[in-house]
Design a protein around this ligand. Structure first.
Ligand code: G3H
Ligand code: 13P
Ligand code: ZN
Length: 310
């Protein structure tokens, strides 16, 4: 099958109570590790790239590598999504380049402006057969180039979510219920506002819900980075049990970037420390790619429940 939008996979996720992983990519090893895991688990998968990832990898290279994955695994539902699109132009560029899904992130704007700008993107994307994700509420931490102070973190208002979806016609909605981007999500106990998720689902039961900032910050991977010369102290993410709970409670898309960065970095660091004479990229990227695959596989199989849902 060709690249797909997220429409059918989200419908299935809402009907059957599981979530689909959306994994950030910016190079070949990440793409291969992720789709190899999806194939092994017979899982639908969303590959996503932020605007800075697109700048890094270059949109043509990215699309050609994604196309290669589709050709390699013709029976797998694979979507390619723009993560945190900052403006109409970036969303349009991705629609025109063949992305099947785009996010317009208007969470830094006030409600009315977010509605207006999201609607513009929805109109353009829908006229090209592309689906749109938007965001309401603010996550704590770093969102691409936008720095949201922790004290500013604002949970999504369920009533506003209903109005937002009605007025924009958006296909899926990212909500703020306590997650945040990066490796430092919680100082104390990890906790998400499942009460807000439930209120949102009650009001917009047919709109797929997205969780950003949802890496586990897998302790073994952090340890691996630190053991082999890294310095990432006190990193803490959303535990697997909480993500599993979210997956069976109406969250359809779970975004993962930090865990992949840790996997790739840990794998590379280990080779460099164990064999300081190594300088062939294939020698240190092969185990790193394998670690990405194992990380994604674990999420699909043991946490999100998307295995065998392709
Ligand atoms: O949510 C943001 C993603 O982790 C992308 O980060 O802009 O550094 O690619 P990036
Ligand atoms: P993490 O930083 O928790 O991996 O979140 C990634 C994300 O939300 C990408 O949009
Ligand atoms: Zn995000």
């Amino acid at each position: 099958m060709p690249l797909v939008t997220t429409k059918e996979m989200f419908e299935k996720s809402m009907k059957e109570g599981f979530a689909i992983g959306a994994f950030n990519v910016n190079n070949m090893e990440l793409i291969q590790g992720i789709v190899d895991a999806a194939a092994e688990n017979n899982s639908p998968v969303i590959l996503q790239a932020s605007s800075s990832a697109i700048k890094y990898a270059r949109i043509n290279y990215l699309m050609k590598m994604v196309q290669a994955a589709v050709e390699e695994y013709p029976n797998l539902p694979i979507a390619i999504h723009l993560d945190h699109g900052p403006d109409f132009e970036t969303c349009k560029m991705c629609v025109d380049a063949g992305f099947t899904s785009v996010m317009f992130d208007g969470s830094k704007y006030d409600f009315e402006e977010n509605v207006r700008l999201t609607k513009e993107v929805v109109d353009y994307a829908h006229s090209h057969g592309v689906v749109v994700e938007a965001e309401l509420g603010k996550l704590a931490g770093i969102e691409d180039d936008v720095n949201v102070a922790s004290s500013d973190a604002m949970y999504t208002d369920p009533e506003q979510a209903e109005e937002f979806v009605k007025r924009t016609g958006v296909d899926s909605l990212a909500i703020a219920i306590g997650t945040s981007h990066g490796a430092y999500k919680f100082k104390g106990e990890a906790k998400l506002r499942f009460d807000i998720l439930k209120q949102v689902k009650d009001r917009i039961p047919n709109t797929p819900i997205v969780l950003h900032g949802a890496s586990t910050v897998i302790p073994e991977l952090v340890e691996m980075c630190n053991q082999y010369g890294g310095n990432i102290p006190g990193a803490k993410g959303v535990p697997d049990e909480i993500l599993h709970e979210a997956s069976i409670s109406g969250v359809s898309k779970i975004n993962v970037d930090t865990d992949l960065r840790l996997a790739l970095t840990g794998g590379i660091r280990k080779v460099f420390v164990e064999d300081p004479s190594a300088f062939d990229p294939r020698k240190y990227l092969t185990p790193a790619r394998e670690l990405v695959k194992q990380t994604v596989s674990h999420k699909m199989r043991d946490v999100f429940g998307s295995a065998n849902k392709a």
